[in-house]
Design a protein around this ligand. Structure first.
Ligand SMILES: [Zn+2]
Length: 190
């Protein structure tokens, strides 16, 4: 396993981040101790983004310039092997993450249930602009069925060579569900 994508935020910076994110968590009922207990790392939002890909309806997906290039390389390599990779989620802001969580809470879901599928704002790898949720063919995106696709088998074999790591395998220590579709580019280029 490659652990390079784990952040090494300096302490002082982390303190400022924590204060900022705590103010985002408060209205959602998320306490800093919950974040600590789950051992969730804090991520900073990407500062430089480019359009990495576009999807159905012309929707554009943003990543950092390095991650965008890595994504395009990996997608092209998969295509050469006859494997279809589509991005269905890429960069996501902290504000958007808070909005998504707030919406589910408002619909009556418990905080625990929501936070097993959505990272608390500030804790999502999607903030970094290095993470992608990948879909393939006509398989319903963001569902466990992705594990049974040729795309997943291809990723398990080749994604590492392109610098991408499966962030949330089964029984991951962060308390997230198994996410075979979620891959993140390591901070240090592979
Ligand atoms: Zn994801």
């Amino acid at each position: 396993m490659n652990a390079d994508h784990r952040p090494s935020t300096p302490k002082v910076q982390r303190k400022g981040l924590l204060a900022f994110y705590a103010s985002v968590w408060r209205p959602l009922g998320i306490s800093p101790s919950l974040i600590r207990k789950r051992g969730l790392p804090l991520f900073e939002e990407a500062t430089e983004l480019v359009v990495a890909d576009s999807g159905a309806g012309g929707r554009e997906y943003q990543l950092t310039p390095i991650a965008a290039a890595a994504w395009r390389r990996m997608k092209a390599a998969a295509e050469e092997d006859g494997v279809d990779l589509q991005v269905v989620s890429a960069y996501r802001s902290v504000a958007r993450q808070a909005e998504l969580i707030g919406r589910r809470l408002a619909a009556g879901q418990s905080l625990d249930a929501v936070l097993s599928v959505l990272a608390p704002p500030g804790c999502s790898e999607h903030h970094t602009g290095r993470a992608v949720d990948i879909a393939t063919g006509n398989v319903m995106p963001l569902e466990p069925e992705f594990e049974a696709t040729p795309a997943f088998a291809w990723l398990m074999e080749h994604a590492g060579a392109h610098g991408f790591t499966l962030s949330f395998p089964r029984n991951n220590p962060y308390g997230y569900i198994y996410e075979p579709w979620h891959w993140c580019l390591s901070e240090a280029p592979a």
